[in-house]
Design a binder for this molecule. Structure first.
Ligand SMILES: [Zn+2]
Length: 508
């Protein structure tokens, strides 16, 4: 066998899309063993950090020799298997279910390290295609399940919402463990180029549980079972307000709704301001900002005795509620506030009127939401502003500030923190790849990022604008990780510069 890899995939179908996906998710970390050519032995698998098995052909199942695999697990190893061979090893009934035109879902039964990012009772899409055509939907969804109950040493982590069978099973094997679940999903559509995965609800969850087991995927994100009505969202934000935090109404939106903020940390200290949902259809970031706030309480990436973080998760309540870009007056708030409002022509050549894609409004800052943003940013305590958006076509970060190197460092550190966690195929991507910044500040284009003041400004785009909540564990993870990176890097730089000027006797 070639050099030892961290993870070993034992399969009867070498170079299958699942194998290729795993290689993309964990570059240079996955070794593949063709069980039709090589016998499985403890010698072969003993040194791997995890062994993954995928049997696709019934006639090959005997090649998945359970003795060395169970010995490996018993010695403290981690085995992740597909359902078919697991059912074969344990003698449980295995069922291939055809779901016709209904997209099958499963329900999370147990919250544990495998289901990190999800809550008990969450329902999420879990299926594969019975054929390789899904868009437009032609039906033919399918899933696989096992008829088995939990017992001592065996837990059912998720069940099919359709027929109740077990779809994720965890078993203790002496010092190690075995987790059985399927990896096959609409992600197999990577076979057909040009078919964007973001509109395949099953695709986003495919490797999340496996990734959680390998210790890398969901860190701060949380799946959203349903998009809350605006009032319920505000209640959730209020419920996160601790004794030393500040929850307040910042202003009144164009539809008469209150706009809420939550500030955590030392409110007399220097302030970071983070904002989401200026464009209402980019609604997922609101939940990402909740995850960011939650993570600030558990594991702050900056000194909250020294700094504070103000968050307005939803600047545009009308847009959030109606899932549209504009506010109640049909104005694009991100154009209404532009300093070059007079000259701005818009990106479309349609007659410019309310509700046209990026209609800039009758005059600069005519809209209460845009005026509110401007007023908040006049606060001299603010050292950094991050505006979170969502695109169907990709991810990016742009920024400016007094030190362009700091902006570049944020991009680099985010990419490091988010590497090897999710696979995506967006609207304009030809290939499945890891979620990463498609555009970030470039070291060789510093003139683009010339600072106009002492504040750092970031605009962050994640994949977003999806019609339902199926990708939210990834989206919220992205926003929280991006926010944490900005807070960590800019706070550290601020402290370093303050202490540098103190040391030089310049004062603050
Ligand atoms: Zn936007």
């Amino acid at each position: 066998m070639a050099e030892q890899k961290r993870y070993l995939l034992l399969t009867d179908s070498p170079d299958h899309p699942v194998s290729r996906d795993l290689q993309k998710l964990y570059p240079d970390m996955v070794g593949e063993v063709d069980v039709s050519k090589e016998d499985i032995s403890l010698d072969l698998i003993g040194k791997a950090e995890a062994v993954i098995t995928m049997c696709r052909k019934a006639e090959a199942v005997e090649r998945f020799n359970q003795k060395p695999i169970m010995d490996y697990a018993a010695g403290g190893g981690l085995v992740i298997s597909c359902l078919y061979e697991y059912a074969y090893w344990r003698g449980f009934p295995f069922l291939f279910r055809h779901a016709g035109r209904i997209r099958p879902t499963m329900e999370i039964i147990e919250e544990c390290d495998v289901t990190r990012g999800f809550s008990r009772g969450d329902r999420l899409y879990w299926y594969r295609n019975a054929n390789d055509v899904d868009d437009p939907a032609v039906g033919d969804y399918s899933y696989r399940e096992i008829e088995v109950e939990g017992t001592i040493g065996r837990r059912i982590l998720a069940r099919s919402c359709m027929t109740g069978g077990a779809v994720i099973i965890e078993e203790r094997v002496n010092r190690g463990r075995l987790v059985a679940m399927d990896f096959l999903s609409p992600m197999d559509l990577s076979l057909s180029d040009g078919d964007p995965h973001w509109n395949h609800p099953g695709a986003f969850n495919k490797y999340v549980f496996l990734g959680n087991l390998l210790g890398r995927t969901v860190r701060y994100g949380r799946y959203v079972n349903e998009k809350l009505p605006y009032g319920s969202f505000a209640e959730r934000l209020r419920s996160m307000c601790g004794p030393r935090d500040e929850f307040r109404i910042e202003g009144i939106a164009s539809d008469g709704s209150n706009i809420y903020s939550l500030t955590v940390g030392n409110t007399k200290g220097k302030m970071f301001y983070m904002q989401g949902v200026k464009h209402g259809v980019e609604w997922e970031n609101a939940y990402g900002l909740l995850c960011l706030l939650e993570s600030l309480k558990k594991d702050p990436p900056l000194d909250l005795q020294r700094f504070c973080v103000k968050v307005i998760p939803i600047l545009n309540p009308y847009g959030y509620t109606h899932c549209c870009r504009h506010n109640a007056n049909g104005v694009d708030l991100n154009r209404n506030q532009r300093p070059d409002w007079d000259r701005f022509r818009g990106w479309t050549d349609e007659v410019v009127a309310p509700w046209v894609f990026d209609y800039k409004g009758p005059r600069r800052l005519s809209e209460p939401e845009a005026e509110l943003e401007r007023n908040i940013l006049r606060d001299q305590r603010i050292i950094c502003f991050a505006d979170f958006h969502g695109m169907v076509s990709g991810t990016m970060m742009d920024g400016s500030g007094p030190d362009p190197e700091v902006v570049i460092r944020v991009g680099e550190e985010f990419e490091r923190a988010f590497a090897n966690r999710y696979l995506i195929k967006g609207a304009h991507d030809r290939r499945v790849h890891q979620v990463n910044l498609m555009h970030r500040p470039q070291r060789d284009h510093p003139e683009q990022y010339k600072s106009e003041g002492s504040r750092y400004d970031f605009v962050c785009e994640s994949y977003g604008q999806f019609p339902s909540t199926y990708a939210t564990v990834m989206q919220t993870d992205y926003v929280a990780e991006m926010g944490r990176t900005i807070l960590r890097v800019v706070a550290l730089d601020t402290i370093r510069k303050e202490e540098g000027s103190k040391a030089l006797g310049l004062g603050c």
